[in-house]
Design a protein around this ligand. Sequence first.
Ligand code: TXA
Ligand code: MG
Length: 344
Amino acid sequence: MKTIVKNVDNNVNNEKNYTQAIDYLRQGEVVAFPTETVYGLGAIATNEQAVAKIFEAKGRPSDNPLIVHVGTTEEMERYVAHIPDLAKQCMEAFWPGPLTIVLEAKPNVLATNVTAGLTTVGIRMPDHPVALALLQQLGEPLAAPSANKSGKPSPTKAQHVADDLDGIIPMVIDGGATGIGLESTVLDMTLTPPVILRPGGVTKDMLEQVIGLVEEPTIAEHKIESTPKSPGMKYTHYAPQAPVYLIEAVDNVEEAVAALQNEGHTVALLAFNQFASTAADYFYPLGEQHALETIGANLYDALRSCDKTSVTIILVTVTDTAGVGSAIMNRLQKAAGEKWYRHK
Ligand code: TXA
Ligand code: MG
């Protein structure tokens, strides 16, 4: 299959830009498109066969449910049995935006493989002009996971999608680099208090200012049987080819790089800008140490860049966990399989 990449960056509101994508989607095909978080791989969420193509293209386990994307807040009631007041308040405050709300699904509306057999569904309205134009013109909900091969870092550029899915999907809509660069916050609102299943751009503090108490289990707590989980939690995520090790910026990063090189490693260092002069074989700047939004936006591109090199080990400096730092550290711990570099 030849993959068409259509650039819409200069004129996102031109309806004609979306005609071909909409034709593909209505024919039951999948199309990759940008959102404000990461690129998604969309199929019409009521079409079981189309949704099956998402799982096939990504190599995604069939027990991991997909997020449903809507173009208007009004659509929520078509797919959800009951919208509690707290959910309404969240939609009002954060939609369109990087917040996925999990609620009890209305039976027999969405394709069963979207929810992977669960009775709940995760829904969000993305805050990106291309995603919104596509959804509103299509007038149908799009089931869309991140548009990467399962296990890889999510795509923040159309090129990342092509790197993983060229020849496998018919079309990518290129709307430039995504803004946030980390996936949406997933909030389970079937529980009281609501539970953050995946931290993202909408932080615990931001949620609590609107709806009061919200729980955010740590990765360790998520491993305990009784903690509510996203089915996706158990799978490897965000991992480049070479092993990733985390390191505190206050530890001696220069020494760590030198020690690894002495052991024969080709080292990639993904670190704050202040480490630019470290003698790593490859250096990918993440941003200034406290510029968490910038670091979040750069992270996946940096991790993916390592796959284009011959590095044998990747060292990444860690952030604190305040605000968006929680989402950054969640992804980094998974990319690293929780491995830390300890100086020997
Ligand atoms: O920012 C995003 O959320 C991106 C863009 C494309 O919108 N999408 C995305 O989708 O990250 P995906 O499939 O890569 O991640 C969806 C996560 C998974 O961890 C999945 O297990 C969880 O959301 N999820 C989806 N529906 C759920 C449900 N009903 N209950 C619990 N977790 C759910
Ligand atoms: Mg994903």
